[in-house]
Ligand binder design. Structure first.
Ligand SMILES: [Zn+2]
Length: 159
């Protein structure tokens, strides 16, 4: 996943680290996420269970595992996180911007009904990427710009 430099979270574009661990359940490759992100995304009941630093997120849409820490043998499942994870199957709603709770449907509507073509235009219409705090709100801890762009692309093909 490459991060566009037109980022909402300030100057630094944080690239997820190298793939270095496989999901303990589905055995697919995961992506590193920061512990801060995990702490903010798990439900209150599990916050104290976030131990260790090396967290990964399972990118397999069919797998119920969200975060895992191989050293500590900890894993957090779909039902243990606060928000639906957009790339997991049956995510509902499917957020494009987690900071402002803008859904993929809203982005598509901005494109199809209001003629938006760029992330900037979508943001004006939907209020996405305002007061961004992707590190604590986005499940990957990275900017939502790319997800919004993908939703725009989807919307453009529907026109
Ligand atoms: Zn998995």
């Amino acid at each position: 996943m490459s991060i566009n430099n037109e980022c909402c979270c300030g100057s630094k574009t944080e690239k997820p680290d190298q793939i270095n661990g496989y999901c303990p359940v589905c055995n697919n490759e995961g992506i590193s996420v920061s512990k801060v992100t995990v702490e903010h995304l798990v439900a209150d009941d599990y916050r104290n269970a976030v131990d260790g630093d090396q967290y990964m997120i399972c990118m397999n849409e069919d797998c119920d595992v969200i975060y895992y820490n191989l050293d500590k043998e900890i894993k957090f499942l779909k039902a243990q996180v606060r928000v639906p994870i957009w790339f997991k199957k049956d995510a509902d709603p499917k957020y494009a911007c987690y900071c402002n709770k803008v859904t993929e449907d809203q982005v598509i509507e901005a494109v199809v009904k209001h003629g938006a073509k760029t992330v900037k235009e979508v943001n004006v219409i939907t209020g996405a990427m305002r007061n961004s705090n992707c590190k604590e709100k986005n499940p990957l801890g990275v900017c939502c710009h790319k997800i919004i762009q993908e939703a725009i692309d989807k919307g453009l093909t529907m026109k």
